[in-house]
Design a protein around this ligand. Structure first.
Ligand SMILES: *Cc1c(COP(=O)(O)O)cnc(C)c1O
Length: 391
């Protein structure tokens, strides 16, 4: 199975068939499992085999199919699915850490990820934040005994690309585990494990679902970490993925590679067409040669991703005029959907931060984030251009 290419794995890996030989994966919408005897129940609580289940908070056949499929494409020994991306981030960190431990994280993080780090601080974990693109800052912050390092491989919404290999070398030299939130890189362009990451986390809500239907998340890692560290924490704290949502995500994975490659092609087309536009002060896309991290993006993703960020002239007023003039592209705050989505980070996803904090992260009042969907890229470019005319 390991020699299969990604697209084959996305369709077939992890599939379990019942005695009926169903073609499409079954939804095992069950909380519990019936034992043939008291002895069998006892044995399963001591140690359950790969096809033996106890309770859906611990595991479920449909959820297991999803976990095995994502582990197969990510290249990790195992994976554990969660009810949302944030349950995955929280589980990956909290299961590992205790009071007195030290964590280093990139400061350009999704707001909820920053919140999880704040909670860890409340429980006595020491957190140091660094500029993720500056390896010297990582070198200065990671010390003997640092337990873990956490980063988003491509930052939201400023699309800085972190040198995952460089950070892994620094962290591993001090014995720290590297946890990568890889949502913006997508599973299609992820080489996180090959670059040295120990644990890879996804919000499956984004590209893996890809049609804006359900929340989901997953943590991928070694069998020892997943089964001995993460699973005990997650199965007792209750962030289990619903079997129905696992089924939706499994079906999403069948088309993941095709969709993400198309979205990335549209993102590149649109970014290239907008460079130098007189209503824009900046077009940020890691697939443009002008992007400061272009070489790292090509090395660790081979593409620029599916999101383009730009800065509209006229600050927030200009950005709002642009958003309100769009016809095809919808105003929302998600990404990775088949429908193209535009977001004004300063007033939505990053509203909680102070203006100074936003400035430090490079989130300006005129900044808008565009997640490219599956519409025709000519139509998308026309929509962006007519909305820019209205600015
Ligand atoms: C969306 C997102 C999350 C959280 O995922 P949910 O499924 O919404 O809980 C975490 N990290 C990043 C980078 C995200 O974009």
């Amino acid at each position: 199975m390991t020699d299969w290419k990604t697209r084959t794995k996305l369709v077939h890996s992890g599939t379990r068939r019942s005695q009926y030989g169903e073609m499409s994966e079954a939804i095992f919408l069950t909380q519990g499992f019936v034992y043939e005897s008291a002895e069998q129940a006892e044995a399963r609580f001591i140690e359950s085999g790969p096809d033996e289940f106890i309770y859906a908070r611990y595991g479920n056949p449909t959820v297991r199919m999803f976990e095995e499929r994502i582990a197969a494409i990510e290249g990790t020994e195992d994976a554990f699915a969660t009810a949302s991306g944030m349950a995955a981030v929280n589980g990956a960190l909290t299961s590992l850490l205790k009071a007195g431990d030290h964590v280093v994280a990139a400061r350009a993080l999704f707001g909820s990820c920053l919140y999880v780090l704040e909670i860890l601080g409340r429980f006595g974990v020491e957190v140091t934040l660094v500029d993720g693109t500056d390896l010297d800052q990582w070198r200065g912050a990671v010390r003997d005994g640092t337990k873990a390092v956490f980063l988003e491989s491509v930052s939201n919404p400023t699309l800085e690309v972190i040198d995952v290999r460089g950070v892994c070398e620094i962290a591993h030299a001090k014995g720290a585990l590297v946890i990568v939130d890889n949502v913006f890189a997508t599973p299609t362009f992820s080489r996180a494990v090959a670059l040295g990451a120990d644990i890879v986390v996804y919000s499956a809500t984004k590209h893996i679902d890809g049609s804006g239907r359900c929340l989901g998340g997953v943590v991928c890692g070694s069998r020892t970490y997943i089964r001995k560290v993460l699973e005990p924490y997650l199965k007792h704290t209750g962030a289990a993925l619903s079997p129905f949502n696992a089924w939706v995500l499994l079906k999403g994975m069948e088309t993941l590679d095709l969709r993400v490659r198309q979205q990335a092609a549209s993102a590149l087309t649109i970014a290239e067409a907008l460079v130098g536009h007189d209503k824009l002060t900046k077009v940020i896309f890691p697939g443009l040669k002008s992007h400061p991290n272009y070489a790292i993006a090509m090395d660790q993703m081979g593409a620029g991703g599916t999101v383009v960020t730009m800065e509209i002239k006229g600050g927030q007023a200009g950005a709002f005029r642009f958003l309100n003039a769009l016809e095809i592209i919808k105003i929302s705050n998600n990404l990775g959907d088949a429908k193209s989505i535009v977001t004004h980070p300063a007033t939505t996803t990053h509203q909680r931060l102070t203006p100074e904090k936003r400035a430090e992260l490079g989130i300006t009042p005129g900044m808008v984030r565009l997640s490219l969907g599956l519409e025709d890229s000519d139509d998308l470019l026309n929509d962006v251009n007519q909305a820019l005319d209205a600015v």
